[in-house]
Ligand binder design. Structure first.
Ligand SMILES: NC(=O)c1ccc[n+]([C@@H]2O[C@H](COP(=O)([O-])OP(=O)(O)OC[C@H]3O[C@@H](n4cnc5c(N)ncnc54)[C@H](O)[C@@H]3O)[C@@H](O)[C@H]2O)c1
Ligand SMILES: [Zn+2]
Length: 469
C-alpha cells in the first residue's frame, strides 16, 4: 500500500520536474483564455456550496441527546481525545445522552494531530461497534478521526487509500451512505464541523494528507461557546491562526472558473473548488472577527465575547475554505508538522512531539502572501486593510504590506519565531519541499497552483530561504 503511494508521488515528481513553470505569481507570460487552463484543459464553469447544518448557542450541547433521539439512534459512538475526556464538554454530552436514554460507547483514543495508524484504530472500533450514529467532541483531530471512522465503517470493504486524496491515495468518490455524525467543536480553529475534509499524517511519507468529500461532512455542528472557556491560551492562539489562514488562503485561492479540468459529472467536482463569490463573503467576515477578537481571546480566558466570536469565526472560515480550498500556507504546513523532531508546543497536553496545525500554517504566511500577492494584489491589500490600518498603502506593495501586517500580528502574540524555533535548519529544506509537493493536488487541484508549489524547487524563488530566516 505504501509502495503504491510512493510510486504515485515519484511519478508526479518526475512529471513536474519536466514541466515549465506557469506559476501565476511569477510568470509574466501567464495568461488564460476563458474556459481553458494554461495546459489547454477546459476549466470549470460552476461551483457548489456544501455545508453542515449548524446550531449555535451557549449551552446548546445539552440538546445532543434529543437530536440523537429524533434521528432514531440507538447505538452511538462518542469520540474524543484523552485530555478532553476529563473535561466538561465530554461530560455535558454524556449527561445529555444518559438523560435521553441513548446507548453509547466512548472512544477516547483519538490522537492529537491524527495519523494513518490512529485513524485505522478508530475505524476498527467503529466497524466492531456497528454504530448507527456518531458524536465527535473535540477539536479538528477528533472531528476528522470521527469522519474517517464513519466513512470506512460504512464502506467496510474499501482499502484505506481508496478515499484518500490523490496523488497519495486513489481519491475515489464516496458513493456509500454514511451514518449521522454530530460534531461538537471545542477549539475555535479548524471549522471541521462544517467541512467534508479529514486530515491525517501519512507516516510512510511523513506528510499530512486527507480525505476530501462532501459526503463525509457532519450532519450537524453544535457550536457551544461555553466549551471555549476551558481552552488553554496556546490552543486559542494556534487554532485562531488556523482561522486566519483559512480566511486569507481561501480568499486568495485561484478562482473556481480557472480550475481545471471541468468535471464530467457533478460528483467529480472537488470539495475544494477555488475562490468563489459565496466563500468570499464568509472568508472576509471571518477575517474581520479575527482582527477584532483573536488577541483578546488569547489574552483573557474570561473574555466571553471574544472567545464566543472566535468560535463562530472558525465556522465562518470553515464554510468559506471548505468549498474554496486553501493553498500554500496549508500545503507547506503538512511537512512542517509531519517532520517534527522534538518540538513540544506550550499548553498541549500530549505525550509526543507536536507542531500544532495552526502554528505550522501561520509561520510561512508572511513569505507566502508576499509571493502570491502578484496574482491578486487588490485582494491581498484588502485583507491587510482588514487586519490593520493601511490607509496610505499602494496596490503594487500589497504583498510586503500584508506580510508586515502578519509579522506584527504574530509578534504581538509572542509566536515562536520562524521554522528555526521549531528545530528546523537549512539542511531540512529539501525534505520540507519534497513533503510539500504532493499537497498541490490535494489542497488546490489546479495545475497553476501545483506549479506554484513546485516552482520552489527548480527555480529557487527564495521562498524556502525566507521560511528559515
Ligand atoms: N477537517 C478540516 O477541515 C480541518 C481544517 C483544519 C485543520 N484540521 C486538522 O485539525 C487538527 C487540529 O485541530 P485543532 O487545532 O482543533 O486541535 P486538536 O483537536 O488537535 O486539539 C489540540 C489540543 O487542545 C485540547 N483541547 C481541545 N479543545 C479543548 C478545550 N475546549 N479545553 C481544553 N483543551 C482542549 C485537545 O485535548 C488537544 O490536546 C489537525 O490535525 C489539522 O490538520 C482539519
Ligand atoms: Zn487549517
Amino acid at each position: 500500500m505504501a509502495a503504491a503511494a510512493r510510486a504515485r508521488v515519484a511519478h508526479l515528481l518526475r512529471q513536474l520536474q519536466r514541466a515549465a513553470c506557469q506559476c501565476p505569481s511569477h510568470s509574466h507570460t501567464y495568461s488564460q483564455a476563458p474556459g481553458f487552463s494554461p495546459s489547454g484543459k477546459t476549466t470549470d464553469y460552476a461551483f457548489e456550496m456544501a455545508v453542515s447544518n449548524i446550531r449555535y448557542g451557549a449551552g446548546v450541547t445539552k440538546e445532543v441527546g434529543m437530536d440523537l433521539q429524533n434521528m432514531g439512534a440507538t447505538n452511538v459512538c462518542l469520540m474524543t481525545d484523552k485530555n478532553l475526556s476529563q473535561l466538561p464538554p465530554v461530560q455535558t454530552v454524556m449527561d445529555s445522552l444518559v438523560k435521553n436514554g441513548i446507548n453509547f460507547k466512548v472512544y477516547d483514543n483519538v490522537r492529537v494531530e491524527p495519523t494513518q495508524r490512529s485513524f485505522m484504530e478508530a475505524i476498527e472500533f467503529a466497524k466492531k461497534g456497528a454504530f448507527d450514529a456518531y458524536v465527535a467532541v473535540g477539536g479538528g483531530s477528533t472531528m476528522d478521526t470521527c469522519k474517517a471512522a464513519n466513512l470506512y465503517a460504512s464502506s467496510p470493504h474499501s482499502e484505506f487509500l481508496d478515499y484518500v486524496s490523490a496523488p497519495i491515495g486513489k481519491g475515489k468518490p464516496v458513493t456509500v451512505p454514511l451514518k449521522p455524525l454530530i460534531a461538537v467543536p471545542t477549539t475555535s480553529g479548524t471549522g471541521s464541523e462544517t467541512t467534508g475534509v479529514a486530515v491525517f499524517d501519512y507516516e510512510h511519507l511523513k506528510v499530512k494528507t486527507g480525505i476530501a468529500s462532501r459526503a463525509i461532512k457532519p450532519t450537524l455542528g453544535l457550536i457551544d461557546p461555553l466549551h471555549t472557556r476551558h481552552m488553554p491560551d496556546g490552543v486559542v492562539a494556534n487554532s485562531g491562526f488556523d482561522v486566519l489562514c483559512h480566511a486569507l488562503e481561501s480568499y486568495t485561492a485561484l478562482p473556481y472558473h480557472m480550475r481545471s479540468p471541468c468535471p464530467s459529472s457533478p460528483i467529480a467536482r472537488p470539495a475544494y473548488q477555488g475562490s468563489n463569490p459565496i466563500s468570499d463573503i464568509w472568508a472576509v467576515h471571518a477575517l474581520r472577527i479575527v482582527a477584532k477578537y483573536l488577541k483578546r481571546a488569547v489574552r483573557n480566558p474570561d473574555d466571553v465575547e471574544a472567545r464566543s466570536n472566535m468560535h463562530l469565526a472558525s465556522a465562518f472560515a470553515g464554510i468559506g475554505f471548505g468549498n474554496a480550498g486553501v493553498h500554500l500556507c496549508h500545503g507547506m504546513s503538512y511537512p512542517i508538522s509531519g517532520l517534527v523532531k522534538t518540538y513540544r508546543a506550550k499548553d498541549y497536553n500530549v505525550d509526543h512531539p507536536l507542531v500544532p496545525h495552526g502554528l505550522s500554517v501561520v509561520l510561512t504566511s508572511p513569505a507566502v502572501f508576499t509571493f502570491t500577492a502578484q496574482m491578486s494584489p487588490e485582494r491581498h491589500l484588502e485583507t491587510a486593510g482588514i487586519l490593520a490600518d493601511i490607509r496610505t498603502a499602494r496596490t503594487p506593495d500589497a504583498g510586503p504590506i500584508l506580510a508586515d501586517t502578519l509579522r506584527k500580528f504574530l509578534f504581538d502574540l509572542d509566536v515562536d519565531d520562524g521554522l528555526a524555533a521549531l528545530g528546523y535548519s537549512k539542511a531540512d529544506i529539501p525534505a520540507l519541499v519534497k513533503g510539500t509537493l504532493p499537497q498541490g493536488a490535494y489542497e488546490n487541484p489546479d495545475p497553476p497552483f501545483l506549479f506554484l508549489c513546485l516552482y520552489i524547487i527548480p527555480l529557487k524563488c527564495g521562498l524556502c530561504e525566507a521560511l528559515v530566516i
